[in-house]
Design a protein around this ligand. Structure first.
Ligand SMILES: *[C@@H]1O[C@H](CO)[C@@H](O)[C@H](O)[C@H]1NC(C)=O
Ligand SMILES: *[C@@H]1O[C@H](CO)[C@@H](O)[C@H](O)[C@H]1NC(C)=O
Ligand SMILES: CC(=O)N[C@H]1CO[C@H](CO)[C@@H](O)[C@@H]1O
Length: 438
C-alpha cells in the first residue's frame, strides 16, 4: 500500500530530516477526499522534520533586538541536548537603550569526548569552519504561521512558513544547527567534530554589537588560528553571495529659533535650514560619479540614498527651533572616508556657513566575498551584514549563504517555503564539506 506522504512521515520521525519524505512527485497536500483542515496537516509536516520543527520552535519565540535572551536559552538547551559545549558571551545592552535585560552570544562546539573520531582533547578546539548567524530580529514580532499559497497543485515543499524571523535570520540558525547535527551523525562524512563550531550573535539588526563583541573577545582570539572558512547566514535566495554593498549613515541636526508663525522673521526655521541639504543628498545617487555623484561599480550598480528619518518643529503655527534627519547610503564602490568627504562637501555647498551639525556613523565600503564553490548560483546583495564586524585572518574564506529572500525579510509578509529550507540544508552541507577540504 502506498501511504500518503504525511502518514509515511509520521512513521519515520527519527530519520535525518532530508531523508524523511521525497520532495518530488508528491500527492497534493489537500486531497479532495480530505475533510480535515489543511492547517493541522501542515503542522504535522513540520513536526515530522527535525529541521522544520527546530525552525518553528525558535521562530515562535520573539527576539526583537535587545530581547534575545529567551530564544538564546532555547538554542542552548537544544545544542546541549545534542552534546555541544556552549560558551556564552554576555553582550551589554546598547547605550541608546536603558534596558537591563541580559543578552548572550552563543558559541557552541561538539563535545569532542562524546563524538567518536575526535582528534583532540583540547579545552576549546580551534575549528576549521565556523557557521554563524544572528538570533535577533527587526520589530514587530509576527507570529509563526503555515499556509498553502496555491491550494490546487501545492506539494509539501510549497508549504509557506511565515512570521518574523522565519527568513531573517532564524532560517539560517536552524539550518546551520541541523547541518552539523546531520554531518556529525553521518559516518561517511568522516567529520572531525573538533573542526566545526557554531556562533549565534545578538544585535545584528541594530549596531552589530554582538559580532563586534565576539570579534574582540579572548574566546575568538584563542580559537581562530585554524580557520579555513566562515559561513555567514543571511537570506541569499539559496545563492552564494559574491559580495554586498557598503553602508554608512549621517545624522544632520539644525538649530533655529522659535517664533510665532505670523512673524517668521523674528525666528529662524530649523526645517528650512535642513531641507536643502536633504534635497541634495536625496539626489546624490543619480548624479554621475565624475561630476560629484556617489560611487558606482559594475558589480553593484549605483550607490543609493535613503532619507529615512526626519523630525522637526513642534506645531504648524510655530517656527521650528530644532530639526534632525538621518540619511543612509548604500555604497556600490569607493571607501567610506572618500564618500564622507563627498557628502560633507555636498551639504556644505548648500550650507556654506556650516550651521548644520553632521554626525557620521562608522560604516564600511562594499564587502567582497568568496564564491569558489561548485554548484551554486551567485548573487550580489544590497544589505549590510555582520561580516565586516568580524576581523578574519588573511586567507580565511568568507561565504554568505542562506534560504529565503531579503525582499520579504523585514516586511509583514516575511516567509519562505519548506523547499527553501531543505535546499539550504543541502547547500550548507556542501559548503561545510568544501570548506574542510580547503
Ligand atoms: C550524547 O552523549 C551521550 C554520552 O556519550 C550519549 O549517550 C548520547 O547518545 C549523546 N546524545 C546525542 C544526541 O548525541
Ligand atoms: C529608563 O527609561 C525609562 C523611560 O524613559 C525611565 O522611566 C527610567 O527611569 C529609565 N531607567 C534608567 C535606569 O535609566
Ligand atoms: C492532524 C490531522 O488532523 N491530520 C489529518 C490530515 O488529513 C488526513 C486526511 O487527509 C486526516 O486523516 C488527518 O487526521
Amino acid at each position: 500500500m502506498k501511504l500518503p506522504w504525511f502518514a509515511a512521515a509520521a512513521l519515520l520521525p527519527f530519520c535525518a530530516s532530508n531523508a524523511l519524505i521525497p520532495v518530488e512527485g508528491q500527492q497534493p497536500i489537500q486531497s479532495p477526499a480530505s475533510g480535515a483542515s489543511s492547517h493541522e496537516n501542515l503542522s504535522d509536516v513540520i513536526a515530522a522534520s527535525p529541521l522544520l520543527s527546530l525552525h518553528r520552535a525558535i521562530c515562535e519565540i520573539e527576539s526583537v533586538s535587545n530581547n534575545e535572551l529567551a530564544v538564546g536559552k532555547l538554542i542552548i538547551s537544544i545544542l546541549e541536548a545534542h552534546n555541544f559545549t556552549i560558551k556564552t558571551q554576555s553582550v551589554p545592552p546598547p547605550h541608546a537603550t536603558n534596558s537591563s535585560k541580559p543578552r548572550y552570544n552563543i558559541y557552541a562546539y561538539p563535545d569532542v569526548s562524546k563524538y567518536e573520531g575526535a582528534s583532540t582533547e583540547a579545552a576549546i578546539p580551534s575549528p576549521k569552519v565556523l557557521l554563524s548567524s544572528h538570533i535577533d530580529t527587526v520589530p514587530p514580532h509576527i507570529p509563526y504561521s503555515l499556509s498553502l499559497p496555491n491550494k490546487k497543485k501545492s506539494s509539501r515543499k510549497d508549504i509557506l512558513i511565515s512570521g518574523r524571523g522565519t527568513v531573517d535570520d532564524k532560517a539560517c540558525v536552524a539550518v546551520q544547527i541541523q547541518t552539523l547535527l546531520d554531518l556529525l551523525a553521518d559516518p561517511d562524512t568522516k567529520l572531525d567534530p573538533s573542526d566545526v563550531a557554531l556562533l549565534f550573535v545578538v544585535g545584528e539588526e541594530q549596531t552589530g554589537d554582538g559580532m563586534k563583541h565576539f570579534s574582540a573577545s579572548d574566546l575568538y582570539e584563542d580559537t581562530n588560528s585554524d580557520y579555513k572558512a566562515i559561513l555567514f547566514g543571511e537570506p541569499t535566495e539559496g545563492k552564494l553571495a559574491a559580495g554586498h554593498k557598503g553602508i554608512f549613515m549621517v545624522s544632520i541636526k539644525a538649530q533655529g529659533k522659535a517664533a510665532h508663525s505670523g512673524y517668521p522673521w523674528l525666528g529662524r526655521s530649523a526645517n528650512s535650514m535642513i531641507l536643502p541639504a536633504l534635497v541634495v543628498l536625496d539626489g546624490l545617487g543619480d548624479i554621475p560619479e565624475d561630476v560629484g555623484g556617489l560611487p558606482r561599480s559594475k558589480k553593484y550598480g549605483k550607490s543609493t540614498v535613503n532619507v529615512g528619518y526626519m523630525q522637526g518643529g513642534v506645531a504648524g503655527n510655530v517656527v521650528p527651533e530644532y530639526a534632525t534627519a538621518d540619511v543612509t547610503f548604500r555604497l556600490a564602490g569607493g571607501n567610506v572616508d572618500d564618500v564622507k568627504e563627498l557628502v560633507t562637501q555636498a551639504i556644505r555647498d548648500v550650507d556654506p556657513d556650516e550651521e548644520l551639525e553632521l554626525e557620521f556613523s562608522q560604516g564600511y565600503g562594499p564587502v567582497s566575498l568568496d564564491v569558489d564553490v561548485q554548484g551554486f548560483d551567485t548573487i550580489t546583495v544590497n544589505y549590510g551584514t555582520d561580516i565586516p564586524n568580524l576581523k578574519v585572518n588573511e586567507g580565511v574564506k568568507r561565504y554568505l549563504y542562506g534560504p529565503g529572500s531579503i525582499l520579504v525579510a523585514h516586511g509583514k509578509n516575511e516567509g519562505l517555503t519548506v523547499g527553501d529550507l531543505e535546499e539550504a540544508l543541502d547547500g550548507y552541507k556542501k559548503l561545510v564539506m568544501h570548506s574542510l577540504k580547503l
